[in-house]
Design a protein around this ligand. Structure first.
Ligand code: ADP
Ligand code: MG
Length: 114
């Protein structure tokens, strides 16, 4: 078993700063759902690695955080930021296939949204 954090809550509207334009939509979570476990400036904006036909603002979203990829960074261009996020995606997908992490796919918390 690894250290993991369970966070969830309704998907809220963000600033709409063009994430979709970049091809990287992030489902913003209300910090109320996890302010007790991530205490300093909590924010959660997962890019779900799945294609959805429609937006799902207001829906209840449950996540399990199972790993850490890299610290925050500044980028000299939008292109380098996008490239890094795609690299993050490949790292996450590869890691999530490892038995250590893939067991979390069946975690009841992920299937218990109301
Ligand atoms: P906002 O600033 O409101 O968060 P985004 O440009 O980040 O706007 O888009 C996020 C929204 O897009 C989500 O709230 C969700 O409704 C929708 N969405 C569609 N597909 C995805 C996805 N694969 N991952 C995350 N959000 C998605
Ligand atoms: Mg967003």
């Amino acid at each position: 078993p690894i250290e993991s954090w369970y966070i969830g809550g309704p998907v809220i509207k963000g600033f709409g700063r063009g994430s979709k334009v970049l091809g990287i939509p992030t489902a913003n979570l209300s910090a109320e759902g996890f302010s007790t476990i991530l205490s300093e400036h909590p924010s959660g904006e997962p890019w779900l690695l799945h294609d959805f036909a429609e937006d799902f603002y207001g829906e209840d979203l449950h996540l399990v955080i199972v790993g850490y990829i890299r610290p925050e960074a500044n980028f000299s261009s939008l292109e380098s930021l996008i490239a890094k996020i795609h690299e993050d995606r490949r790292i996450a997908e590869r890691a999530l296939d490892l038995p250590l992490y893939s067991t979390y796919r069946d975690d009841p918390y992920l299937k218990s949204c109301v």
